[in-house]
Structure formats: structure tokens, C-alpha cells
Ligand binder design. Sequence first.
Ligand code: FES
Length: 104
Amino acid sequence: MDFLPLERLINLYDGYRQAFNVNGANIILLQEGGQVFAFSRTCPHQNYTLDYARVSDGLVVCSAHGFEFDLHRGGALVKPLGFPCAALKTYDLVYEGDRIGIVS
Ligand code: FES
């Protein structure tokens, strides 16, 4: 598996949010509450951008229709509960040297 670096660790802080295009995948990397997450930039409901999504306590709230996805549970849909919608794609983060990234 190949390490795909996204950001230098020194650049991360609470409130950090940056979009990346890696091997054709659009990914948001953000830090919130001391935790770093990486997830798809596109909402699985109707493909709206998550650039403006509110993120709090690991919950991503899409700004289009308010669907909520739990980053602590693999991006599972938590609101509206039971709605037939795929999970938000999340990425496992890998640290290598002074960088954080994903593997492909
Ligand atoms: S497109 Fe995100 S909740 Fe509908």
C-alpha cells in the first residue's frame, strides 16, 4: 500500500479544514477537538459539497438537508435515523514522519 501524504503535522490545529484531491478522490481533512478526520468532500445523500458542513463532536452536518454522519462510527448516518442513505466515506489516517495522510 502506498502512503499518500496530505498535510504536515505542524500545520494542524483545531479548526483546520482543507480539501484535497488525491488519486481522483476529493477528501476533506480537518481537526476538531484535538482529533483529525478525513472524509469524502461529497455528501452521500444527494452529492452536495461538504465544504460548508458543520462538524462538532465528530458529527458532520451537511448544509444542504441537515443529514448527520458520525465520524466515530465510520461515517454512519445518524440523522434522519433509518433513512436509506449510504454512510459518509471516511479514510483511515496514517502518520509517516512529519506528515499525515492516507493509504491507497
Ligand atoms: S445532500 Fe447532504 S443532506 Fe442532502
